[in-house]
Design a protein around this ligand. Structure first.
Ligand SMILES: Nc1ncnc2c1ncn2[C@@H]1O[C@H](COP(=O)(O)OP(=O)(O)O)[C@@H](O)[C@H]1O
Ligand SMILES: [Mg+2]
Length: 484
């Protein structure tokens, strides 16, 4: 079948025929019956009878292929790959490849173009050694430190996996593919990038020059079924009483800030708590890389956009929060507040969007508040620290602290209520805490969840809305739950 091989066109008859193809018989992307590839390009390269053909013109063709590939990535709206089903995606890719091949006057006949388009498509979408790891539901995170070292997280523990990439260039290509699929780029001038896989998994990649020993890739896999509050209770992330309080607080539109380190379970908790929101409300979500899976029917999702190669076209969270307020939301859900959008988010929370929610990267509730203050300051607005603290204290109802403990377990370590201002200082009170008692020799953290005994002020409002929680929930005399 060498006559169909892209690499075999040095033999003159085939070459002439192929060169004339565009004029004589226009290649068409429409004809699906021609689509089945006769063999993959890789096989063609390995084909022994092609050996004599691996001369300069063949290399030209390989070169052409690379050019087509690059052009395709430039021209194709890769973000659409997300939205289309596979057949439609292949059709689109084939249409573009056909056009480019014609423009570039690359000698290929229709069958070759079809096969070529399919191989380009597979190149664009395949993730090589990552595929089996992504398919394994027991793996929650994939952490790649250069081509030769791939760690995975299973059940909260890191283990070295067998997966390897051919070399750093191979890994680099896969990273390029992942980010180009969501319309982003990674190169020396932009060596850090966030992206999302088609299945919703989140990817962060760092390449040279910031990554020293080859690309660093961190993948947080999308869990098909988001964890529910019931599941989190069964994992002893929090006792039932705490879950019931949080669920009802969110239901009654107490504005909630979820604080925690990376991987502590903030987004998971946000998702789980969002189940308490009425299906009648209009929600707007704003994220850097969409991962929330709200269950409500009326959700408008927005995602930021990084600048393009010329440094233009960036859309930051701040603009999206501002815009969200013109979209008549009942609540705004901000995946993670990290910068100057903090101010706009506080404004939203203070102007009729009670019950809005956000996560923040901080190690305890007090720190969450001071980080919010710092973020507002990043916006360069001329407001006094006191005014900012006033905004914060009136905007935020409760702060929930999530933590990944040294034994890998994830617990809600604080539920803290913001109760107001006293002078210049924001007043807070812990409602529930997780207290570490000791760490066993095997590393297990032994501890207990307890109520502080303080009655949350927001209970009054919750009662007005018809929610009556038993007072035992807040009884500090016995632990609510001991772990492990
Ligand atoms: N309580 C929990 N018990 C076990 N696994 C959890 C728990 N909470 C979250 N996870 C898992 O931990 C990982 C990180 O959670 P995520 O919510 O994305 O963290 P964050 O948003 O803080 O970075 C996910 O794989 C998630 O499924
Ligand atoms: Mg998160």
């Amino acid at each position: 079948m060498a006559r169909f091989s892209i690499l075999s066109k040095t033999s003159s008859p085939a070459r002439e025929q192929a060169t004339d193809t565009p004029a004589e018989k226009p290649v068409s992307g429409e004809d699906d019956k021609q689509s089945a590839p006769l063999f993959s390009t890789d096989e063609a390269i390995a084909e022994p009878e092609d050996e004599q053909d691996l001369s300069a013109p063949s290399l030209d063709l390989l070169d052409a292929k690379l050019r087509v590939h690059n052009k395709l990535i430039d021209e194709l709206d890769l973000s659409m790959l997300d939205k289309l089903d596979e057949t439609e995606m292949r059709r689109q890719v084939r249409r573009l490849v056909t056009e480019i091949v014609r423009e570039e006057r690359i000698p290929m006949n229709q069958a070759e173009v079809a096969q070529f388009a399919d191989s380009v498509y597979d190149e664009m979408t395949g993730l090589g050694p990552l595929e089996p790891l992504l398919a394994d539901p027991s793996i929650s995170d994939i952490l790649i430190n250069g081509a030769a070292q791939v760690y995975v997280e299973r059940g909260g523990e890191l283990e070295l996996s067998e997966a390897r990439f051919r070399d750093n260039a191979h890994l680099r290509r896969i990273v390029g593919r992942i980010v180009s699929a969501v319309g982003r780029r990674v190169d020396e001038s932009q060596p850090l990038v966030d992206a999302r896989l088609l299945d919703g998994s989140r990817v962060n990649a760092a390449i040279e020059p910031v990554a020293i020993d080859g690309p660093l890739v961190s993948i947080r896999k999308f869990s098909k079924k988001p964890l529910t509050l019931e599941k989190l209770i069964s994992f002893k992330a929090m006792p039932e009483e705490v879950a019931a309080f949080l669920h009802n607080a969110v239901k009654c539109r107490v504005t909630t800030l979820i604080s925690g380190g990376t991987g502590s379970g903030k987004t998971t908790l946000l998702n789980a708590l969002s189940a308490a929101i009425s299906h009648k409300e209009r929600l707007i979500t704003i994220e850097d890389a969409a991962e929330l899976q709200l269950q409500q029917p009326h959700v408008a999702r927005m995602e930021t956009r990084p600048p393009n190669l010329e440094g233009k076209g960036e859309i930051r969270q701040r603009e999206l929060v501002k815009n969200a307020l013109r979209m008549r939301p009942d609540r705004v859900i901000l995946g993670e507040v990290r910068s100057e959008e903090a101010f706009d988010m506080l404004q939203a929370m203070n102007t009729g969007h009670e019950g809005s929610m956000a996560t923040i990267h901080a190690n305890n509730p007090r720190e969450a508040i001071s980080r919010l203050e710092q973020m507002v300051a990043m916006g360069g607005l001329r407001i006094s620290g006191e005014a900012v603290r006033g905004q914060i204290s009136s905007a935020i109802g409760i702060i929930i602290q999530a933590q990944r403990l040294s034994d890998g377990s994830r617990r809600i370590t604080h539920v803290t209520e913001v109760t107001g201002m006293e002078g210049d200082i924001i007043q807070m009170q812990d409602i529930f805490t997780f207290d570490r008692l000791r760490t066993d020799e095997d590393g297990t953290v032994v501890g207990e969840f307890r109520a502080s005994g303080l009655r949350p002020k927001c209970l009054d409002d919750m009662q007005r809305r018809g929610v009556h929680l038993p007072l035992e929930y807040f009884d500090p005399s016995t632990p609510l739950l001991s772990v492990p």
